[in-house]
Structure formats: C-alpha cells, structure tokens
Write a protein that binds this ligand. Structure first.
Ligand code: GDP
Ligand code: IMO
Ligand code: MG
Length: 429
C-alpha cells in the first residue's frame, strides 16, 4: 500500500515541512491536501532556507511530482510569487512537475477583506486568523458560490465571475462592516491575468494520484495546520476552516483509506500555538519565553506566515494521544528536541483536573478545556548540545528517556527525532 499521510499532531508549525522534505526523498508524488497560504513550512538545506506556503515541500526533492489538491484554497497571486521565488532559488517548478487541482478553490482580495473585517469586528473574541482569506473562501465553497480553479480555464469568464463575486463581497463590506468597497473591475482584470499565467499548471489531479497508485508508486500527503486546528476535531471556533487531519487527505486528494499504510504524526517536543483558543499547558512566564526564544535564531517561535510570537508551553500528552487516536498514527516524528536542552526538568501533561475531577481525555468544549489544569509528569532534562548528534544511541540518556516516555504514553512509536532545522539534523530511531 503506497500512501503516507503526514499530519500535524498539535496546533500547526510542528515541523511538517522539514519532515515531508525528509520523507519525500522516497516519494514519487507529494501532495498538499488542505488549507492555503495560512500554512508556512520552513525547510533548511545547507545555508539555504525555503519558506513554502502553498507548494508542497516535496518540491525540493528533484524527482517528486507535486500536487496542490482539490481540498486546498489557493490565492493565485501568492502561488505565482512562490513559483517565482523558488525559481530564483534554482528549484524546478515547471508545469511538468507541479500540478494545481482544477477542483481547488480560489482566494480573492474579497475573501481577505472579509477575513480582516470579521476578525476586527470580533475584537477581543477574535480567532487570531492569519487573515489570508481562508475562512471566507471555504465558506463560499460550502455555500456553492465559490470560484473553482476550473473556471480559470477561460480567463474572460473567470474575470466575469470574479467581478460578480467582488460586487457581492462589497455589499457585505459596506453594509455589514461599514468599509470601503474593493475595485471589482481592477481585481477582475488582475485575476484574469493570473488565470492566464497559471493555465499550464491547472489539471484534473485525480488521475495523477490514481495512475501513481496503479503503478504502485509512493504518494506522500503533506498536511498543513494541525489536528487541533481541524474544523471538526479542534476546539471550535478556534480552528481553521478545513480538515488538516487524516480524513482531509482522502477527500482533498481523492483516494480511499485502504491504500494508506503510514500515518505520520509530527509533534514538537513541547507545545506551541498561534492565535486564540485553549492551550492547557501554555506557560506565560519565564519557561514560555525560554521555549519561544528571542527571535535571534531562525527557529525561534515566531510564525512563518505572520511573524506573530507563538504561545509556548510544555508538551501536552493528552492532546498528543487524542491526535494519535483521531488520525490513527502509525508512527510519531518528534521535532525540536534540541530546544529542550538545558532545562533541568521537563514536564509532560498526562491528565487534566477539571472542576476537581481527573480526566485523561481531551474535552470537546472550549469552556471545559479552558478550565483544565494539567497534571504533569516530571522528567529530568539534559545539558549536552544534541544538535550534531546523528545516532539515537548517542543522545543523552535523559533525552532518550523523554522520547521513550512520549511514545509509551501515546502508544505510538517514534520513528524520527529532529535536533535542528537543517535537512540532515534528524535521527532515525
Ligand atoms: P510546519 O508549519 O509544521 O512546517 O513548521 P514551521 O516551518 O512553521 O515551523 C517549524 C520551525 O522549526 C521552522 O523554523 C523550522 O526550520 C524549525 N525546525 C524544524 N525542526 C527543527 C528542529 O528539530 N530543531 C530546531 N531547532 N528547529 C527546527
Ligand atoms: P502550518 O501549516 C499554525 C491558525 C491561525 C488561527 C487559526 C485560524 O504552518 O502548520 P486561519 O487563517 O486558518 O483561518 O486561522 O489557525 N493557523 C495556523 N497556526 N500553523 C499553521 O499552518 C496555521 N494555519 C492556521 O493562527 O489560530
Ligand atoms: Mg508553519
């Protein structure tokens, strides 16, 4: 069975990009299945850093074909920018290897304006979205009034559809949010131009997936966001508008569960979250600051997409076990173990206390999980620099113990541990 699905096990930014880059060396097809340019996936190869928002991280492995799947929402301007940026960095992003699903949906400045207006009107109840127009684009899709990529095949008709859409958006912007209207004609002309430029990339991507399956090739599905941001499985409404968890891959690319043999859950060795919403193990003081870093190191916890400081805290085993169960992880990949170097003691949440009761599962309601006080297991830390370690046996005993504890607690083995952002800073366990 040739399909691997790589899923974020927390609130996003787990290091999926670098893990997909690693796994992609053995893949024929690498496909993104959900989300849009709310994602920011960082891959460091030697001295070069690549920041990808839409294009699958497999693009950096020269042999892999890369698919932007039907479950995605795509801002064409951002896609063209990303193609250009990768070309400038010497990466082959030709239409011979990059394929945009004609079933994906288009994000417009209208969606972005609605995202911003909605967030601002929520004031202190804001979700903290990336303001990339993700929610409004998926809303239009679900309302069956979205702009499907297929309509870009005729740039003139597409321009008409974009114009009508912006005029609709303008009514909402003006009447509901008291904002200035957008220039419908200008945006329509701009989008017709994007359609012309993207033409060679637009295809029906399901035969690519199905032919690869027929030929017994390996397909790697790249998740964006994380399980706790899943529209159905996260803490609504502090979620994104797509399905980043394993089921999203099946719908967002078009295959059945019987062809999947690996579900790789990617987790940081601690927890981070950007935006609002519950995070039981968040550390607001010194520990949080130390986990976040000051921003000097490229991997310090500031968002790839928005630059916002990420909320940081101890690893939440309850969250991780929930993610393992809802996704059916067959293995875990643990990233950023190096960041924990120097902590005398490390904590992992193993249960919660809510209203005096001990609970070992993740509550579904925001109200309940916000009252959760984590019950921690404390483990001894290590002080040795581990960033250049290449073999599991060479990791300090306490680092091995920390990793093994997580695997035992979650009930899923750890296959890879990363100890630095660079492609080769990864240890096979
Ligand atoms: P993604 O969205 O899941 O792909 O993750 P991001 O790229 O948004 O965030 C992960 C950050 O951590 C990036 O800056 C990576 O370069 C960095 N990173 C990934 N793995 C490691 C690691 O093992 N150690 C360190 N220090 N940094 C890492
Ligand atoms: P990657 O793929 C971290 C968060 C936002 C916000 C919520 C909803 O890099 O892991 P949206 O713009 O999607 O409507 O915002 O989801 N969010 C992410 N957080 N990593 C991401 O992607 C995210 N994509 C969205 O911060 O809380
Ligand atoms: Mg990210």
């Amino acid at each position: 069975m040739p399909v691997t699905i790589c899923v974020g096990a927390q609130w996003g930014d787990e290091g999926k990009g670098r893990v997909v880059d690693w796994l992609a060396s053995e893949s024929d097809v690498v496909a993104r299945y959900a989300g849009g340019d709310n994602a920011g996936h960082t891959i460091s190869i030697g001295d070069t850093t690549f920041k990808l928002h839409l294009i699958p991280s497999g693009i950096l492995q020269p042999k892999a074909a890369c698919v932007l799947g039907s479950g995605m929402v795509v801002n064409p301007q951002r896609l063209l920018d990303e193609i250009q940026q990768l070309q400038n960095q010497g990466v082959d992003v030709s239409p011979e290897r990059l394929f945009l699903s004609d079933r994906a949906h288009v994000i417009t400045p209208g969606h972005i304006a609605l995202d911003t207006a909605s967030e601002e009107s929520r004031a202190e109840d804001a979700i903290g979205t990336t303001q990339r127009g993700i929610g409004p684009a998926y809303t239009d899709k679900v309302l069956r009034q979205g702009l499907q990529v297929s309509t870009m095949r005729s740039p003139e008709d597409f321009a008409d559809a974009v114009k009508a859409h912006i005029e609709d958006v303008n009514m909402v912007l003006q009447n509901r949010y008291q904002r200035r209207p957008l220039d419908a004609d200008g945006i329509a002309t701009m989008y017709a131009d994007y359609a012309r430029q993207l033409q060679p990339y637009i295809v029906n991507t399901t035969p690519i997936i199905h032919n690869a399956l027929q030929a017994n090739q390996r397909i790697l599905c790249e998740g964006a966001q994380g399980t706790l941001l899943d529209l159905d499985l996260g803490h609504y409404p502090f979620v994104t508008s797509s399905s980043p968890s394993v089921g999203g891959a099946l719908i967002g690319l078009g295959f059945g569960p019987t062809v999947v043999d690996r579900v790789v859950g990617v987790t940081k060795a601690f927890s981070t979250r950007v935006g609002s919403g519950p995070m039981p193990t968040e550390q607001k003081g010194e520990i949080g600051d130390r986990l976040r870093g000051t921003g000097e190191k490229p991997w310090d916890e500031f968002g790839t997409t928005t630059g916002r400081p990420r909320r940081c805290g101890w690893l939440d085993g309850v969250v991780l076990r929930y993610a393992a169960r809802v996704n059916g992880f067959t293995e875990l990949v643990l990233t950023k173990l190096d960041v924990l170097t120097g902590f005398e003691q490390l904590k992992i949440a193993v249960a919660y206390k809510i209203d005096g009761q001990t609970i070992d599962y993740l509550p579904s309601s925001v109200a309940e999980v916000e009252r959760a006080e984590p019950i921690y297991e404390t483990l001894d830390g290590w002080s040795e620099d581990i960033m250049n370690i290449k073999r599991w046996e060479d990791l300090p005993a306490n680092a091995q113990r920390y990793v093994n504890y997580i695997a035992d607690f979650v009930g899923v083995s750890v296959s890879l541990v990363s100890v630095g952002p660079e492609r080769t800073q990864i240890i096979l366990k």
